[in-house]
Design a protein around this ligand. Structure first.
Ligand code: ZN
Length: 416
């Protein structure tokens, strides 16, 4: 198809909404702290609903607080074509993570309605309630999990935020009834496309504004606990020690080197370590640490995990340490729908937006929704690859380029 220079998306309107939304929970010059169900979050979600109405969309809120804006199609009963992301942030985070995907969806549907009128199939913009786990440490994907029916009945009472409030109480504070969470479950979504900032350096290195995600990484997160014998740092000979810190040091450098040697895209991170008794002149009794290992390639992920587990066992065994190896979370890589990937690539070339295919090293709501719908993602360039920080930045041009590609992909899915 011929490359057209005429754009459907108004960059000025998109940027104005990015700036306005950042006022809800603003921290300093460019930061945002918008935690799920907090007053500034409620106000932001109300603003999103108002923009949806302004864009000519029919607004609906579900029982966990996700906001849906429908551009109703002529054919009823067809599966929905949905695009969106989340409006909660890290504490503090930036203006773009999640928020840009919600605003891109609204602006794309507004442009489609203005230019092309009513679609054949119903299109929807979706503002999800929660993705970041920044208020409740294990709430991740609260909004998208509600939609796929994967919130445990006991979770609202069990989850307690860093502020001491339970999820059930936080929901009530926001005017929602935690007993009605199951009503948010849906089975009418055919397609979910999430636009998101890249949160990594690949697009910047390639000097491209837009990425088309082919797969989202898989990961496994462990808690490793090594137990030995606490003793005096001066009087215990090296050959008589059962030292869990020495074992931890060997394991940590070993797993990091394994990922390094395996090469991109494998990554392994030790993010947290805890020693007991944690004293200068005492061999610790116990050391525990986390291991987060990821690869979007299924075979590589399995090899990485197998080597990590073998090394951990071998070191514990050789050093006569008691080992507990707990798996806290485990997810296989998720493939984007290949037909959607092609549609987005065609939309990008039609819009004259240069794009490359890539993998996502971060996890997203789209991973959850992939369980019930065909899924794809559009990435836009992050300056310096920075995210989860007030420093995160995406230019107006790049945000508009990504939104242009989204609008043209949704056109192909909704109007053809
Ligand atoms: Zn996000």
């Amino acid at each position: 198809m011929a490359i057209t220079s005429e754009r459907w998306i108004d960059p000025g309107r998109l940027q104005a909404q990015i700036d306005d939304l950042a006022e809800f929970g603003a921290r300093g010059e460019t930061g945002v702290a918008r935690l799920v169900y907090a007053p500034e979050w409620v106000a932001a979600q109300n603003q999103i609903a108002a923009w949806m109405t302004e864009a000519g969309l029919r607004v609906e809120r579900d029982t966990v607080g996700n906001v849906w804006g429908y551009l109703d199609g002529r054919q009823s009963g067809e599966p929905l074509v949905v695009s969106g992301s989340h409006i909660d942030s890290q504490n503090p985070g930036g203006r773009f993570d999640g928020a840009l995907g919600v605003l891109a969806a609204i602006n794309a549907l507004a442009a489609l309605r203005e230019r092309h009128g009513q679609p054949e199939r119903t299109l929807a913009a979706l503002s999800l309630v929660e993705e970041e786990a920044s208020r409740f440490s294990t709430a991740n994907f609260w909004g998208s999990r509600a939609i796929i029916g994967r919130i445990g009945a006991e979770e609202p009472k069990r989850l307690r935020g860093y502020d001491g409030v339970t999820m059930a109480e936080a929901m009530r504070d926001a005017g929602l009834d935690p007993n009605r969470i199951p009503e948010a479950k849906r089975d009418d979504i055919g397609v979910f496309i999430e636009l998101h900032i890249e949160q990594g350096p690949y697009l910047e290195q390639a000097d491209l504004p837009v990425g088309i995600v082919e797969r989202v990484t898989g990961y496994r997160q462990y808690l490793v606990t090594l137990e030995g014998e606490a003793n005096h740092a001066g009087t215990t000979p090296m050959d008589l020690r059962r030292d869990p810190m020495a074992g931890a040091a060997e394991i940590i450098s070993g797993v990091v080197n394994t990922a390094h040697r395996m090469g991109r895209p494998a990554v392994t991170t030790i993010g947290r370590i805890h020693a007991q008794p944690n004293e200068r002149a005492v061999i610790p009794r116990q050391v525990s640490f986390t291991v987060d290992a990821r690869s979007p390639l299924p075979g590589q992920r399995e090899r990485l995990l197998a080597r990590h587990e073998a090394l951990i066992r071998e070191v514990a065994d050789r050093r006569d340490l008691t080992l507990s190896l707990r798996v806290d979370s485990d997810r296989r890589p998720v493939l984007a729908d290949p037909v959607l990937v092609e549609i987005i690539a065609e939309a990008a070339s039609e819009a004259g937006v240069p794009a490359m295919r890539m993998t996502s090293g971060a996890v997203h709501d789209s991973m959850q929704l992939a369980e019930i719908a065909r899924m794809a993602m559009i990435f836009v360039r992050s300056r310096g690859g920075i995210s989860h920080s007030p420093e995160e930045f995406t230019s107006t041009e790049d945000a508009a380029d990504g939104t242009e590609v989204l609008a043209r992909a949704l056109y192909r899915l909704g109007y053809a």
